[in-house]
Design a protein around this ligand. Structure first.
Ligand code: ATP
Ligand code: ZN
Length: 293
């Protein structure tokens, strides 16, 4: 047996072959130290330094491959996981590929609230989620199932409205459609099969998750360095939203210290101004590759 295909020892992970999730998923895998190449030409890629093989698939197929245990893990949008109604464990939300499944109708249409849609035709590639959304509210709609270019159907009088994925809303606008309400908020999820896994694979998944958590925390954090007068240290310490106590080092110049800390990126700019007011100078912010708490 070809060892590279021996699924009992390697963790097999499904990712989208080519599409909106591909680059970010590859970046994440590289970011957590998993090395591989040639993913564009192959359907199965063996990684060089981690006991993992990648299976490159259409995103629609990923939930079922994971549910059935053909793959142990998968990176795929929540929209696909829930549309396929698969039984998988969602391990992490990864905050990329963010979008929503929303209902939109032509801008001059009277179809605004869910109740307006009774008996109307809705075109979608997400029949399961769309039908369930309306059914839950006791509204019956006529479903027009379409696999692509859903946004054109109202102009062609194929449907009265659509239910489709939206991120910026640009495509809707270009087709004279207005977003009315959301059925599902989506982001990329890391999912795991519910099939039994060997001890070895379970350990590998724990290691994989620890790396992902480290990578995600690092992405949200910045390393911050500054100089400050000794007399300001207590004020500055109180201002820093650090995860840990900051590092304080004496400088050659007496009465001055260097302060190093890790802070959440989204608080950097607010804090920076307050640090300046408190006497800090030469404030430097650096990205962090990864961190393990
Ligand atoms: P495949 O060939 O793999 O089936 P696809 O055309 O179905 O590709 P993409 O358009 O690459 O899929 O979208 C993949 C995923 O990206 C979606 O399932 C969704 O989770 C996410 N996504 C984020 N924003 C959008 C958007 N504006 N439109 C569609 N998908 C989006
Ligand atoms: Zn798809």
């Amino acid at each position: 047996m070809n060892r590279s295909l021996d699924h009992t020892t390697s963790l097999r992970i499904a990712i989208q072959k080519s599409g909106r999730l591909t680059d970010k998923t590859i970046d994440l895998l590289h970011g957590i130290g998993i090395e591989f190449d040639n993913y564009k030409r192959n359907l199965m890629v063996k990684t060089r330094n981690f006991d993992v093989e990648l299976l490159l698939l259409r995103d629609d197929d990923i939930p079922e491959y994971v549910q059935d245990g053909i793959c142990d893990l998968g990176f795929v949008g929540a929209n696909e996981v829930f549309e396929k109604n698969t039984r998988v464990n969602v391990l992490r939300g990864l905050n990329y590929g963010n979008c929503r499944l929303a209902v939109a109708s032509p801008k001059d249409s009277a179809l605004v609230n869910p109740s307006d849609f009774e008996g109307k035709k809705i075109a979608t590639s997400y029949p399961f989620l769309t039908k369930r959304f309306f059914e839950d509210q006791g509204i019956s709609i006529e479903m027009v199932e379409i696999s692509g270019a859903v946004e054109i159907t109202p102009q062609l009088h194929v449907a009265d409205a659509i239910s489709d994925l939206v991120s910026t809303g640009g495509t809707l606008k270009a087709n004279g459609l207005v977003e009315r309400f959301t059925i599902l908020e989506s982001e990329t999820k890391l999912i795991q099969t519910q099939q039994a896994l060997s001890e070895g694979k379970q350990q590998l998944i724990q290691k994989f998750l620890q790396r992902i958590d480290g990578y995600q925390t690092a992405k949200k954090s910045r390393y911050i360095l500054m100089n400050a007068p000794l007399s300001s240290v207590e004020t500055i310490k109180a201002l820093l939203p650090s995860m840990k106590s900051p590092t304080i080092m004496p400088l050659a110049e007496t009465e001055m210290v260097a302060i190093h800390s890790v802070i959440p990126y989204d608080q950097f700019w607010d804090v920076m101004e307050q640090l300046q007011d408190a006497g800090a100078s030469d404030i430097v912010m650096l990205p962090i590759e990864s961190m393990i708490a």
